[in-house]
Design a protein around this ligand. Structure first.
Ligand code: AHG
Ligand code: MN
Ligand code: MN
Length: 334
């Protein structure tokens, strides 16, 4: 990694170029994808910031003062990403939590060698109560050749990701990404509209302080999961109790634990017997970032990034965060 002095201002653009220069073989295509995503993030941040005005200017399904029908913010965010990414010649397809099918690149644009998978707005039910939401993305290289991408290109295990990241629309907007050389965080300076390097080479503490889980599902957990949660809470006397923090936006919960240490868990429950969170749009990208920061991710039976997906919108259980805390899950559930 290129080292910067404490006083140097490093825009995301400069950082991406410097990272690319470390790889003489790089074509610049992946860098282009990352710039475009940073632009989409700024556009979504702008929409999220004014979401509270929706009731004044018109809410979803109603007409606003200009007589235009308002759309749900997840759909707006989805469209922003598709429009920012479809014409660059770097992607051969996209897939989004908000679209049933693969999103092809229109024939009049050049087809590229990468696939983008994303959750345009994570935690969107939190929008109405002014709680942080986010965007999550994952990039893989296509494995088929010629013509349009196929399902085979989409359904790749997480360890094949070449880049992944998330944006959190919180008290400030931050973008965190990895291309496999550490995880790096950028904070949007709204006065100049630039993401500036604020968290180079993030390292997650080995043991965590925070436990993030929705324990309203406790009655539906298996006995080993209940025992695991008792362990994290210090109730079996085998470790110090962790603090419970649960926002209900995976991005926000994950981000806090990445910086402060801890574990985010979404075990299977009666309502979601296979887990709730999506392998391709949520679990794989955040697991890649977590591993790059020195943490780990487990799906209840194996390393999250080794899970071979069989469906686009597949869900899974997940335990992601500080290495030692994920190790406990592996021992007690594996
Ligand atoms: P999304 O808004 O993209 O559908 O994701 C919501 C997810 C995730 O952000 C969060 O961690 C989880 O749902 C919360 O689920 P519970 O309400 O079941 O705890
Ligand atoms: Mn989500
Ligand atoms: Mn979503």
């Amino acid at each position: 990694m290129v080292r910067h002095t404490a006083t140097s201002v490093v825009t995301i653009e400069r950082f991406i170029i410097e990272q690319e220069n470390l790889h003489p073989e790089a074509t610049g295509q992946l860098s282009g994808i990352l710039y475009d995503l940073a632009l989409a993030a700024k556009m979504i941040a702008n929409k999220v910031r004014s979401a509270g005005l929706a009731d004044i200017l018109g809410s979803a399904g109603t007409e606003n003062v200009q007589g235009e029908t308002q759309q749900k913010l997840d759909i707006i965010a989805n469209e922003i990403i598709v429009k920012a990414m479809d014409h660059g010649g770097r992607l051969c397809a996209m897939a989004s939590e908000e679209s049933e099918e693969i999103i092809p690149i229109p024939d009049h644009f050049k087809q590229g060698k990468y696939v983008l998978l994303f959750d345009p707005l994570d935690g969107s039910s939190n929008i109405d109560v002014n709680v942080p939401v986010g965007t999550i993305f994952s990039v893989v290289q296509r494995v088929t050749s010629g013509g349009h991408c196929t399902m085979e290109d989409m359904l790749q295990p997480g360890h094949r990701q070449v880049a992944a990241g998330y944006v959190i629309y919180g008290s400030s907007t931050m973008l965190v990404y990895t291309t496999g050389q550490g995880a790096h965080g950028f904070t949007l300076d709204p006065s100049i509209g630039e993401f500036l390097l604020s968290h180079p080479d993030i390292r997650i503490p080995e043991h965590g302080r925070y436990l993030s889980v929705n324990d309203a599902y406790e009655q539906h957990w298996t006995e080993p999961v209940r025992a695991l949660m008792r362990r994290y809470r210090g109730l079996d006397g085998k470790r110090e109790a962790m603090n419970v923090r649960y926002v209900g936006s995976m991005v926000a919960d994950f981000h806090r634990n990445l910086l402060g240490g801890g574990i985010f868990a979404y075990p299977p429950n009666a309502k979601n017997p296979g887990g709730k969170l999506r392998v391709l749009y949520e679990c794989n990208p955040l697991s890649f970032i977590c591993e790059q920061a020195g943490g780990a991710a487990f799906d209840g039976s194996e390393r999250m990034l080794d899970l071979v997906p069989t469906a686009l919108h597949q869900r899974t259980a997940i335990y992601v965060g500080s290495k030692c805390d994920v190790e406990i899950a592996r021992e007690m559930l594996g």
